[in-house]
Design a protein around this ligand. Structure first.
Ligand SMILES: Cc1ncc(C[n+]2csc(CCOP(=O)(O)OP(=O)(O)O)c2C)c(N)n1
Length: 634
């Protein structure tokens, strides 16, 4: 028996026999359940790729061979096999990243957690290897059936297929699920392929029997092999990959290490692009995951390792849940409203709508671009689509929002969950680009609710707009406490008014989830004798017409937003003031344009200076500098 702790690199796997490998697989599963239940993480996907990853590391020699994991959430086993055993601070500051990470290991290449990029990366790596003469090097891309529903995968396969002499192996990790069961024609086609299970084994058996028979036997085997495609088309019509010109091996039981090794070795020896179709089970070996209908523990928080029960209280109603309830109410009132999700029905809160009106909610697969243009079509056809995605994933569909929805003035509402700093999932999951990108779109209207009543109100206002795109963005986690408005000026809510003798120093514009912070800043400044008025603009793009005249009555406008500073609300407010010839200075506080390492949201906010203490100190110093400059002049 070999202890998992002794496995410091893939080479330690190579001398092991079948029994030792099986034993190691058991240890890896126990490790994952024990460790990930303490920190939270992508437990289900990783339990499903234990044997697959072991086989990949036995057959290929990383880092000379290059292994790319699509999305990267299923790379924990790879981390273990490449010597990373301290999972105690997984996804936390200074702990292991939840995705591959170049800073962690020479075995990690792609750390972008946006799905469906692996095949393009692999195509590029294989082209580089060929041109630079690395003929001994193989590229392996591990991609889920979910990620395979994304358009980029097919763009890549179209190119991979013609690179006949490039060493590229695509391993399709087919567990029939994204979060929920994978849907669409592709999923149906993969299901057809699965029915051919056993075929490869027959062929393997034939090989060993026939090859033992010397030259005639070998001839018979080659003949059999030569007609393989024909047989397969009879057994299971599967032109899908072979029609593209890709050699297809499978389906293979992804939990049978020997079968996986045989398939991968054959693919490796082929010397051209090969697709290995592995059948796996998400959550394998852990009953609470396998029995979980919603997503088989795709991603969990802190759980009891024995029962799988969640151990961390939710901390109140989530933004997602408020949206889920309100969108259902609206859908009940308005039959023209439809929902679209890119493979994330429950995470984005369209599940209640889908349960009640299954024909009116469309899961399009991990296909954000298609989701948006399809929504344009639906809008033109007389519906009002609500496209619900995580803020970070709308980046992918910028051109579709611009050219298909906005240019054609189609009434589509985008609901962007997880906007702003999300923290633990690292740089690619922060929703810090959506607002700046979307603000570039002519005619778009973007809202940022500060609390649950505003989310409901703004969603209703958004779906009432039928002549262009509308956007609602809100953060991850629990809704902020309710803050009532003192009054409304234009479309803006005034939340606090601490002017001294009617004189205002600072007009503080607090955007969405930053309202709590803004109110805290206002209190601190008031204590320093600085008069502050706090407004929540509700709709941040375009800038409310009432804002420039209001700003003209203050010495400084402070904008606080949970978005990249470049091109965000502060930029928009500054431009609006300049256009209205209002000279008041605008100071923006937001997320610097950096890729932020994984850590808790509060830790990240502290690191980038988005705290009440930091912002109020900056404002006090601003006035101190101004007064010093005036004193110099006099
Ligand atoms: C562009 C994009 N959209 C959505 C997601 C969210 N997401 C993360 S994993 C996942 C499902 C992936 O399914 P699959 O590729 O089959 O991998 P599995 O988890 O089943 O192993 C989704 C939708 C993402 N990472 N990237």
């Amino acid at each position: 028996m070999v202890a998992l702790a002794k496995v410091r690199g893939p080479e330690d796997l190579r001398g092991l026999n079948r029994e030792e490998m099986d034993d190691l697989a058991t240890q890896i599963r126990e490790f994952l359940i024990r460790e990930v239940s303490r920190t939270g993480g992508h437990l289900g996907p990783n339990l499903g790729v234990v044997e697959l990853t072991m086989a990949v590391h036995r057959v290929f020699e990383s880092p000379n061979d290059q292994i790319v994991f699509d999305t990267g959430h299923q790379s924990y086993v790879h981390k273990l096999l490449t010597g990373r055993h301290d999972f105690s601070a997984l996804k936390q500051r200074d702990g292991l990243s939840g995705y591959p990470c170049r800073a962690e290991s020479e075995h990690d290449i792609v750390e972008n957690s946006h799905a469906t990029t692996s095949l393009s990366w692999a195509d590029g790596l294989a082209k580089a290897n060929q041109l630079l003469g690395h003929s001994d090097r193989h590229v392996v891309a591990v991609i889920g059936d979910g990620a395979l529903t994304g358009g980029m995968a097919w763009e890549a396969l179209n190119n991979i297929a013609v690179g006949k002499d490039r060493n590229l192996v695509v391993v399709v990790n087919d567990n029939e699920r994204s979060y929920a069961p994978t849907i669409g024609g592709l999923a149906d086609r993969l299901a057809t392929l699965r029915t051919a299970q056993g075929y490869e084994r027959v062929l393997d058996l034939g090989k060993s029997v026939l090859q033992r028979g010397g030259a005639p036997g070998r001839f018979a085997y080659e003949t059999l092999h030569g007609v393989k495609k024909g047989i397969k088309d009879i057994v299971a019509p599967q032109g899908l990959f072979e029609d593209l010109g890709l050699k297809y091996v499978g389906p293979v039981d992804g939990h049978d290490i020997d079968a996986m090794e045989r398939a991968l070795s054959r693919a490796k020896a082929f010397g051209g692009p090969v697709l290995v179709h592995a059948i796996t089970q998400k959550g394998r070996g852990y009953a609470p995951a396998m029995n979980d209908e919603a997503d088989q523990f795709h991603a969990v928080g802190v759980i009891d390792p024995v029962t799988g029960a969640s151990l961390k209280s939710g901390g109140g109603q989530s933004w997602t849940s408020v949206f889920a309830d309100e969108v259902l109410t609206i859908a009940t009132e308005r039959p023209d409203v439809v929902g679209i999700t890119a493979a994330m029905l429950i995470p984005v809160g369209l599940h209640r709508f889908a349960e009640r009106f299954p024909d009116r909610v469309f899961d399009v697969g991990i296909a954000e671009q298609h989701a948006v243009t399809s929504a344009a079509g639906m809008a033109h056809g007389g519906l009002h689509p609500i496209v619900a995605v995580y803020a970070t994933f709308i980046n992918r569909a910028f051109d579709q929002v611009l050219m298909d929805v906005a240019l054609h003035r189609e009434g589509v509402t985008f609901v962007l969950d997880r906007a702003g700093v999300t923290g633990n999932d690292g740089p690619s999951h922060n929703g810090m680009w959506d607002l700046s990108l979307l603000a570039l779109v002519p005619g778009i209207r973007i809202a940022a609710p500060r609390d649950a009543p505003r989310l409901r109100e703004l969603l209703r206002e958004a779906v009432a707009i039928d002549d262009g795109p509308t956007v609602l963005r809100f953060q991850k986690g629990s809704v902020a406490p309710e803050t009532a408005a003192l009054e409304r000026i234009g479309g803006m809510d005034v939340l606090a008014d601490h002017r001294v003798d009617g004189e205002g120093d600072v007009l503080l514009v607090a955007v969405g989830s930053m309202v709590g912070l803004g109110l805290d800043v206002a209190d601190r400044l008031t204590q320093q004798g600085i008069g502050v008025t706090v407004v929540d603009p509700r709709w941040v793009v375009p800038v409310d017409a009432a804002l420039p005249p209001l700003a003209a009555r203050y010495r400084l406008v402070v904008v606080i937003e949970d978005n990249g500073v470049a091109g965000g609300v502060a930029t928009q407010v500054g431009a609006a003031l300049r256009a209205a010839r209002v000279p008041t200075v605008v100071r923006g506080f937001g997320i610097p344009q950096q890729f932020l390492d994984h850590a808790g949201r509060d830790q990240v906010l502290e690191q980038i200076g988005l705290t009440a203490q930091d912002v109020s100190r900056e404002v006090v110093e601003h006035f101190a500098r101004q007064e010093a400059a005036l004193a110099d002049l006099s």
